[in-house]
Design a protein around this ligand. Structure first.
Ligand SMILES: [Zn+2]
Length: 252
């Protein structure tokens, strides 16, 4: 990220106050590059959610869905930032061991991952993590980083030409990044941040954060068997479990 700093400054010079933004992530207060508005983020999230719901089967297990929705509602209730989004919680019928959240507040759990959860506290551990991705706007940050990368290359090659040309480039880069969609893989940094925020959220909502440790240990034990997707985007190694244990100690 240090290499990106001069580019941020150039962006600020040319585009002025209209597009260049940073924000602070909740809980960790990390400064994030944020070139996408919340409205745009919500729109992309909604579009992606519609697409997923069209092509997936929602669970017919009303009791299970109600449990997931209840955990989600309890967690968003403890977050001030959560009030800015329209939340929906879905359970999709599929053996895949995964859960994910789309920008703007659409959270999806597969029945495959729910089968591994012993109690609502463990649902809350993954729910807190997914809600944290939304609150910290990780999807929009990822797109912003891509835009900056695209822009940076163009900027350097044209050696600081006129702002009008720059604006065109900006628009093109912005369009390309938007077309990539918002479901880009998260970085390890985003994953640790979502863990850190998620543990605080589940704790504030009255769930037992120690169940998060148990759950990630169970996920780690699943590794390589039937869970490649979740484990590739949400690595559950020793380090992660240690980090979560440290975060739990800070709560008390
Ligand atoms: Zn994650």
């Amino acid at each position: 990220m240090t290499r990106s700093l001069p580019i941020v400054l150039l962006l600020a010079m040319f585009v002025g106050g209209c597009s260049v933004l940073t924000q602070k992530a909740p809980v960790t207060e990390r400064t994030q590059l944020m070139l996408m508005s919340k409205a745009e983020e919500n729109r992309l999230g909604l579009e992606a959610a519609d697409e997923i719901l069209k092509t997936s089967k929602q669970s017919t297990d009303a009791a299970l869905t109600a449990r997931v929705v209840n955990v989600g509602k309890r967690i968003i209730a403890v977050s001030q930032e959560a009030k800015e989004y329209t939340w929906n919680f879905y359970v999709l019928e599929d053996a895949v061991i995964n859960a994910f959240a789309l920008p703007g507040g659409k959270v999806f759990f597969y029945t495959g991952i729910l089968k591994l959860m012993d109690n609502d506290d463990q649902i809350a551990c993954v729910m807190g993590h997914e809600i944290a991705h939304v609150l910290a706007r990780h999807g929009a940050e990822r797109v912003s980083q891509q835009q900056l990368t695209a822009l940076g290359g163009e900027l350097l090659s044209t050696a600081l030409k006129i702002p009008a040309k720059y604006q065109q480039t900006y628009q093109a880069a912005y369009g390309a990044a938007s077309n990539l969609g918002v479901i880009l893989p998260y970085s390890r940094k985003h994953e640790s941040e979502a863990d850190a925020i998620g543990v605080v959220l589940m704790y504030k909502a009255g769930y037992n954060p120690n169940e998060a440790v148990k759950f990630w240990q169970k996920m780690a034990a699943q590794g390589g068997k039937s869970a490649p997707e979740f484990l590739s985007t949400h690595p559950s190694d020793e380090r992660r479990i240690e980090d979560i244990q440290k975060n739990i100690k800070r709560l008390k």
